[in-house]
Write a protein that binds this ligand. Sequence first.
Ligand code: ADP
Length: 150
Amino acid sequence: MKKAVFPGSFDPITLGHVDIIERGLPLFDEIILAIGVNSDKKYMFNLEERVRFLKETFKNQPKIEVMTYKGMTVDFCKSQNAGFILRGLRNSTDLDFEKFIGQTNFKMSGVETVFFITSSGKSHISSTVVRDVIRNNGDYAFMVPDAVKK
Ligand code: ADP
């Protein structure tokens, strides 16, 4: 059984995340959407809301599980018997950052990271931009799945 973990803050989930997750589905029997809990970080949406957005968005997709975790992503992967981490690359900044983390994770645990390059037209979307637009009362609906709009 090929299992992948897609780790992130998902504050909130965007159509950029959805794109990567949907494209990962044919590769894996199961994808765990894993919200990393970091008590030092300030979030716009609390953990329950972020879990709800993910669950609602993928409620009709039996291959997707939503979970939360603390600590290192590779330890969480091991605990779930997941051999892969799924991540998205928007630009060279993402690549530089992800390369270092992917190499370290592999060295530590043998867990491979599988990367998808963002679909054309989606690379401008980020949770940070969505939060900024929300704070300024702008229209963010075109960047997020329905669950986040309500
Ligand atoms: P983190 O807090 O770990 O950065 P995020 O929720 O911001 O978590 O992102 C999780 C993953 O989703 C990362 O691999 C990131 O590159 C990817 N991602 C986010 N937005 C997009 C997008 N628009 N296109 C492709 N990948 C994306």
